[in-house]
Design a protein around this ligand. Structure first.
Ligand code: DQA
Length: 145
């Protein structure tokens, strides 16, 4: 099984950005945690981060035939990118939306996701664990765990 992890804008600044909300783990540390957990479970991972909507869409298009599922944290694009939503709908792969913070406990504009309706599920507010749970969910769906 191969999963594509997509990180949207500003997530490259994890560890220095709003630490009280996102925690002190850097982006490099988070991706290491994801990669190590995935490999322990025999899952291949590809990790992509971009601050640009079009690059995220290109990545979804380019990788669509090589992967079994997507784990996406679209960052602020969560709340308004119809284009990323359409790309996910178009490739029709099982997708989990993950947020480090609990978007429902924050500003009103973060309560709505335009991405969630085209996803298999959403994990929000569990920090880095959300990514580990996303891997677990794909394994459970495959009947491997
Ligand atoms: C986020 C929540 C979004 O509202 C925000 O714009 C982000 C990060 C999260 O992981 O909690 O950039 O997706």
């Amino acid at each position: 099984m191969k999963l594509l992890f997509i990180f949207g804008p500003n997530l490259n600044l994890l560890g220095e950005r709003e630490i009280e909300i996102y925690g002190g783990m850097s982006f490099a540390e988070l991706t290491k945690l994801i990669t190590e957990e995935a490999h322990r479970e025999g899952v291949e991972v590809e990790i992509f981060q971009s601050n640009h909507e079009g690059e995220i869409i290109d990545c979804i298009h380019q990788k669509r035939k090589e992967i079994d599922g997507i784990v996406i944290n679209p960052g602020a694009y969560t709340h308004y990118s119809i284009a990323i939503r359409d790309a996910l709908k178009a490739v029709a792969l099982p997708t989990l939306e993950v947020h480090l913070s609990n978007v429902h406990a924050r500003e009103e504009f973060r309560h709505h996701s335009v991405i969630a309706p085209v996803c298999w599920g959403q994990i929000t507010g569990l920090g880095a664990w959300g990514y580990l749970l996303a891997i677990r969910a794909f394994l459970l769906a495959r009947g491997k765990s």
